[in-house]
Design a protein around this ligand. Structure first.
Ligand SMILES: NC(=O)c1ccc[n+]([C@@H]2O[C@H](COP(=O)([O-])OP(=O)(O)OC[C@H]3O[C@@H](n4cnc5c(N)ncnc54)[C@H](OP(=O)(O)O)[C@@H]3O)[C@@H](O)[C@H]2O)c1
Length: 293
């Protein structure tokens, strides 16, 4: 799979019908023989199901997208988030180690406490504020403890065509004439899941291992993203107001500043991600013809 290795065979995908999973399938289709699984085919919390999938397909690489991603719900069912994220990743890591398979999986900016004043690097200290963040940190630990050959890509603020996301929510509410109050005190970077899927291909081609951060370039707030989306969609006059996170009805704590440094990604691949405005603008164009506007 890496340069010179000449590996280009079978790739198993978990969580393949989720937001990122769908984009991974699209980016990898044609170049690899794919086996796409989701909860029905392979519940990652059940070790024998992980073994069965890996034994049956014998992939060279497993791309583990399956996850519990309901950030606010995780506050009331932290055990479930832990089971899917930590135990599920631990199961995949164990099976991959035993069969000599490279495991690619995904982490989150929510492992950080948001107190930094510059973009977070891979080696910066972690201190998750939410149950979801804790479960994803436990997933990272399970991955490293298993001693599996791996690539962990931490990312943030994903959107794409294959799942519910902030951009579509804002467009939907604005169309209904709803008043929008959006957090202006959380800074991060919106990232198109299709760009992340292509970045995974580039990282694999370059033989990357360990932890790498990837998001679009630049930074904004959720309010900044909402304003951009409305302006680009001809709804600049929609009633949009900045709000403080503490005044919004979200139970889970989020980091106030969680921009990810792409230095390592650039060093490994020799490329820079595109700006979040360019990616979001293209995404908005792409959904116009599909009733997105
Ligand atoms: N979305 C973001 O903004 C974001 C940001 C940072 C990191 N990430 C990480 O990126 C990765 C992909 O996230 P995503 O946004 O694509 O999530 P997603 O849309 O929620 O997709 C996750 C998929 O995993 C499946 N799944 C849940 N529990 C499972 C289980 N026990 N066994 C097998 N499959 C299971 C889900 O199925 P059901 O629909 O049936 O539950 C869903 O198809 C995750 O590791 C996530 O933590 C996402």
């Amino acid at each position: 799979m890496s340069r010179g290795e000449g590996r280009s065979g079978r790739v198993l995908i978990t969580g393949g019908r989720g937001l990122l999973g769908k984009e991974i399938v699209e980016a990898f289709h044609g170049r690899f023989e794919l086996r796409v699984t989701d909860r029905e085919e392979c519940d990652v919390t059940i070790l024998p199901e992980c073994f069965r999938e890996i034994e049956g397909f014998r992939p060279e690489v497993a791309i583990h997208c399956a996850a519990y991603t309901a950030v606010d719900r995780a506050e009331v069912e932290p055990e479930r988030a832990h089971a899917v994220n930590a135990l599920g990743t631990g199961n995949m890591a164990r099976v991959c180690r035993e069969r000599g398979i490279l495991l690619v999986t995904f982490g989150t900016d929510y492992v950080f406490d948001g107190m930094a004043s510059r973009p977070y690097r891979e080696e910066d200290p972690v201190l998750p504020l939410s149950a979801y963040g804790k479960s994803k940190l436990a997933a990272e630990e399970a991955l490293r403890e298993a001693g599996t050959e791996h690539l962990l890509v931490r990312t943030q603020w994903l959107y794409g065509a294959g799942g519910g996301n902030f951009i579509l929510t804002i467009l939907g509410k604005a169309r209904l004439g709803e008043t929008l109050r959006v957090a202006s005190d959380q800074t991060g970077c919106p990232t198109f899941a299709g760009d992340l899927a292509k970045a995974v291909l580039k990282l694999l081609d370059a033989g990357a291992r360990g932890t790498v951060h990837f998001s679009s370039e630049g930074e904004t707030t959720w309010y900044g993203l909402a304003r951009y989306v409305l302006e680009r969609s001809g709804m600049a006059g929609a009633p949009l107001f900045p709000a403080l996170t503490r005044d919004l009805p979200y139970p889970a704590k989020r980091p106030s500043y969680a921009v990810l440094s792409k230095e390592r990604y650039r060093r490994i691949t020799g490329e820079s991600p595109r700006s979040w405005e360019e990616a979001a603008g293209e995404f908005l164009e792409s959904i116009v013809g599909k009733g997105g506007r």
